[in-house]
Design a protein around this ligand. Structure first.
Ligand code: SF4
Length: 179
């Protein structure tokens, strides 16, 4: 049986930019794959999560499916990481929180510029939107927060190296300095 650390990742209401930044650790991915094995993640396209050591969650909680997936990650992952500004604060998706859901839907589908066939989609396959977008720690317990939009590849690398080695997480100043 493999003794590698099992890692799952997911993007909820995110742009996949945080996942792209993970891939930006470039050739260090080869070193990483010596230590970890990916379970459910957009990188493997595995759709069901198994028992995992580490879960990494990008994006805010925007709809009912996001809530379900996030709770599933919490149940299956020993350690859960809030990955990037959208997961930590709601970020870009949470910009809609200053409006009601009805206002957002009407602007997007009925009254916005260039709309030809005005109707609000109501297919049951479409996940039900929440009234607001939530940071993920307001829905489940989170063990680590990794800020940035996106966190830089070096920051991700430092975080994973130290976490996997069981060391305290410590960043150089420039890795967590954003202006
Ligand atoms: Fe995209 Fe930035 Fe949000 Fe990550 S934090 S999902 S890069 S907008």
């Amino acid at each position: 049986m493999s003794d590698k650390v099992k890692v799952a990742t997911v993007s909820l209401g995110g742009c996949f930019g945080c996942h792209m930044s993970l891939l930006d650790i470039d050739e260090r991915l080869i070193d990483l794959l010596e230590l970890i094995e990916f379970d459910r993640t957009p990188l493997t396209d595995i759709k069901q999560i198994g028992e995992c050591d580490l879960g990494i969650v990008e994006g805010g909680v925007c709809n009912a499916e996001n809530v379900e997936v996030l709770k599933e990650f919490r149940r299956h992952c020993k350690t859960l990481v809030s990955f990037g500004a959208c997961a930590i604060t709601g970020g870009i998706p949470a910009m809609r929180n200053q409006f009601t859901l009805t206002e957002c839907l009407e602007e997007s589908y009925l009254q916005g510029m260039g709309i030809a066939d005005a109707q609000i989609p109501d297919d049951p396959e479409i996940p039900m939107l929440l009234n607001q977008v939530y940071p993920i720690h307001e829905v489940v317990k989170i063990d680590y927060f990794l800020p940035g939009c996106p966190p830089s590849a070096d920051t991700i690398w430092t975080f994973l190296q130290e976490l996997l080695a069981g060391e305290p997480i410590e960043f150089a100043y420039q890795q967590i300095h954003y202006d």
